[in-house]
Design a binder for this molecule. Structure first.
Ligand code: B12
Ligand code: SF4
Ligand code: SF4
Length: 389
């Protein structure tokens, strides 16, 4: 697009349209490289991205937005609030239920979000004919939190997520890259102060220092992004979390300003909020596809979710899960599921023995071939957090 003076009336109109579309926040920044690109490069070089190899492939584009959209000039950043009513994470359930991160308790947000961003881009193009634009939300080669902070939406907290004085930290980010100039908003400054609550709240110690996340230890990575076997030393720390994790976010005191979202697109689905673990373990391929058709959980495929379910059942310590776990350990068609079911069986047997006064590690119980009663009267130890080891 030819040079033109940035139009503040267009910027105001975009923000009004974003609000009409249900975005809780909207701000604008220039298309210069994101401020923490060096930190991103270091993070990659240290191997902290684990198996998320796409993050390395995206590096050049993330550092130069004109490789994403030739002539990129501005970025419109928006936030979609998904704050639930209660302000607390769902408690780990004592009746054999798994914990799903809040953002995955409703239909896949990517589709809703994408459709609204398309409407917003069409609005911009109607106001500014010929403007080129590209939409992103989560999947693209841009560093969303960095850009959103520069657009004034909030600041990157020590847990590495963006938080806002108006919303706390329960919101998604989305962007429209544009090849037209728009007046930039004032970047937000950090307001974490001396607070460090999110660091010890992490069950696996994944936040290794303020603003530093080792994704390889993050339960969100382990339960969603990692395709293979979950490292054994981390399994007990995962508790009953079967898809994502919210602990560092839930610890943040700024959530007292969170406003419950009334958006029907993010209304929690009862069947996704605390699913029954044995019911999930019984799903075959068709059952999995039918149940998670519109849910973000389909991302893990059946094998990934059942892997997580086995870990949760092992951690719950209820021996009533043993028959189903033994069946999975022997007969599940997926080697990944069989391996995690074997781990869970061994762990439950270890629980049962230690409850009877004998200290036995799951691996010793496994190698000794120790068996235990499947009786529902078994006094299963309920385990649900980092303190249970
Ligand atoms: C890869 C990824 C992950 C990975 C890695 C997470 C991470 N922190 O990077 C995993 C799978 C672990 C993950 C988990 C989650 N994710 Co995620 N994820 C992404 C993705 C695709 C890329 C993130 C990225 O670039 N990481 C690179 C590394 C280097 O980033 P970093 O560790 O945060 O380091 C940066 C900062 O710390 C900063 N920095 C360094 N030093 C300093 C110093 C100061 C003072 C400051 C201010 C900043 C700063 O610079 C670094 C480079 O930018 C983005 C979407 C996108 N394209 O941006 C979504 C995104 C970040 N994820 C999101 C969400 C919701 C989550 C979860 C909450 C989901 C869940 N409940 O399970 C968790 C939160 C875990 C956590 N504590 O971060 C949202 C966050 C929304 C928000 N309000 O911030 C995003 C933006 C998706 C979206 N469009 O909404 N995610
Ligand atoms: S999402 Fe969970 S595991 Fe990941 S950094 Fe936050 S508290 Fe730790
Ligand atoms: S818990 Fe404290 S340190 Fe962590 S992000 Fe929130 S305000 Fe910042």
């Amino acid at each position: 697009m030819p040079d033109a003076a940035p139009s503040s009336s267009l910027a105001d109109a975009i923000k009004a349209e974003a609000a009409r579309l249900g975005f809780a926040l909207c701000g604008i920044t220039g298309a210069e490289p994101p401020p923490h690109h060096r930190a991103y490069q270091r993070w990659l070089a240290e191997g902290r991205a684990g198996e998320m190899l796409y993050l390395g492939r995206q590096e050049p584009k993330r550092g130069d937005l004109s490789l994403v959209l030739p002539g990129a000039r501005s970025v419109v950043c928006v936030a979609l609030n998904y704050s639930p009513e209660d302000g607390q994470p769902a408690p780990a359930d004592e009746q054999g239920r798994g914990t799903v991160a809040r953002y995955a308790r409703f239909d896949d947000y990517h589709e809703t979000f994408w459709a609204r961003l398309e409407t917003l881009l069409a609005f911009i193009q109607a106001q500014s004919p010929g403007a080129g634009g590209k939409i992103y939300c989560d999947t693209g080669p841009i560093t969303e939190r960095d850009l959103a902070m520069r657009a004034g939406l909030g600041w990157i907290g020590k847990h590495t997520n963006l938080l806002s004085r108006r919303l706390g930290n329960w919101f998604f980010l989305g962007e429209i890259l544009l090849d037209i100039s728009l007046p930039a908003d004032t970047p937000e400054t950090t307001h974490c102060g001396t607070c460090t609550r999110c660091l010890p709240a992490c069950p696996t110690g994944a936040i290794t220092a303020p603003y530093q996340l080792d994704a390889r230890r993050c339960i969100s990575y382990l339960t969603i992004e990692l395709k293979g076997s979950i490292p054994e030393d981390l399994r007990p720390l995962i508790g009953t979390r079967i898809y994502g994790c919210d602990d560092c976010l839930a610890a943040c005191p700024w959530n007292k300003f969170a406003v419950k979202s009334e958006d029907p697109a993010v209304a929690p689905r009862a069947d996704l909020t605390a699913p029954d673990l044995l019911e999930l373990l019984a799903l075959d391929g068709d059952g999995f596809r039918a149940r998670f058709k519109n849910s973000p959980i389909k991302r893990t495929k059946r094998r990934g979710l059942l892997r997580n379910v086995c870990i949760a059942l092992g951690n719950l310590g209820d021996p009533r899960a043993l028959p189903a776990l033994r069946r999975a350990a022997e007969h599940d068609p997926e080697p990944l599921v069989r391996e995690h079911a074997q781990w869970a069986v061994a762990r439950l047997q270890g629980h049962a023995l230690s409850a009877s006064g004998e200290a036995v590690s799951p691996s010793r119980a496994m190698s000794a071939g120790v068996s235990t009663s499947d009786s529902p009267s078994g006094n299963g130890t309920h385990v649900s957090g980092p303190a249970y080891e």
